[in-house]
Design a protein around this ligand. Sequence first.
Ligand SMILES: Cc1ncc(COP(=O)(O)O)c(C=O)c1O
Length: 460
Amino acid sequence: MSDSTKEWQKDAGASAMDEIPEDDAALEHKILRLTGELIRRRLGKRRPFKPGITSIPYAGRVYDEREVQAAVQASLDFWLTLGPEGQAFERELAEYLGVKRALMVNSGSSANLIALMSLTSEQLDRPLRKGDEVITVACGFPTTVNPIVQAGCIPVFVDVDMTTLGVDVTQLEAARSERTRAVLLAHTLGNPFDLDAVLSFCRAYDLVLIEDNCDALGSRYRGQLTGTFGNFGTSSFYPAHHITAGEGGAVYTHDLHLAKIAESFRDWGRDCWCACGRDNTCGKRFAWEWDDLPAGYDHKYVYRHLGYNLKPTDIQAAIGRVQLRKLGEFGAARRRNWARLRQLLSPLEGRVNFVQATPGADPSWFGLAMVLQQPDHEVLHRICAILDAKRVGHRRIFAGNLLRHPAYRHVEHRKVGLLPVSDHVLAGGFFVGVYPGLDDQMMETQAKTVIEAVEQAQRR
Ligand SMILES: Cc1ncc(COP(=O)(O)O)c(C=O)c1O
């Protein structure tokens, strides 16, 4: 490998490659250099922001030439499926989180699915069985909850807390039954839920905790990163999230036994744990004995679980590695933007409830959420229409109340009370962006527009 290629790799943090002839290395270096030049040029040509004309997205990719160079280099390497970049990403993510193992997958939804399905493994002392109950909330994103139903378990819905949008922990006891086995909750919009209360509930009744950390990578609770408290944490690398790989996600854990089961679910359900392109990691590929299989049947083709194939590509992992190195600065920008916007929006106090950080939490915010004090969907609808017309990106607080959506009409479930806060959020909740792609001028325009929209919509 030439010095120039090494240099680029040092700059861009790309992984080691096999030795290649000088000419090829020089050519590759040129391709990467030109790629960098092109992307810098394109990014430099972005039009200056014009209030009311340029749109302010609620979220988006934040990248420079380094992500594109990494993608090009991984494409030139042409490993394609999860390979050296994937392994490096998994190592680096685990190191950042301080967990024993992180597995990269193709989405946050897949990460949740793998985490939940892993609990059904017969390799566990007490596997989750059909009809067992899993406590969750209805005010959130669908694919936090769907794996519970897909595993044949019963979701038990509790309400959320209006101030934090996290689980209302006062309802956990009422949600519990003899069949409760797990708790699966998201750190909504980056705001950690009350982990003290949830962890002590889980410990008291020997329940598994899955933290859906898809909106919260980099958030902390009492100093510790979210996603690392429970038995599993999950992330999404969809472009709206804290880091992106295009599509992508991860499932992580401190428990190596659970990690091996999760890997099996990700990789077709196989018993073998060889990385892609490797054989015989266990050293006895043709020497295992199985009850109903001929002795020595190829371990690579022995299936332990009813698995999936939820792997991403190595190109995604290469992009993810560059993004991961920027997570600290991204998180700082999210926190800064949120604080500035919250201050600018203070004239709305008395009209809306602003979502606030859970005590003990330092959220890396996904967005700044507000809920109309008087829930009225017509007013909310008007607010959103005004924001759309003025090009300010916004979103509802995901499903509001999942149980009001057509897909959940026939889902067997239990719930604690009538979930009034979830309904309130459905009728009056929305959020706007704080992602690192927004600058001060955009925050000011955004604040002014939101204030006008709320005032105008409530006047009519
Ligand atoms: C809380 C939460 N969980 C899971 C997901 C699913 O992630 P993905 O889009 O990568 O499947 C999302 C997506 O935005 C989310 O907000």
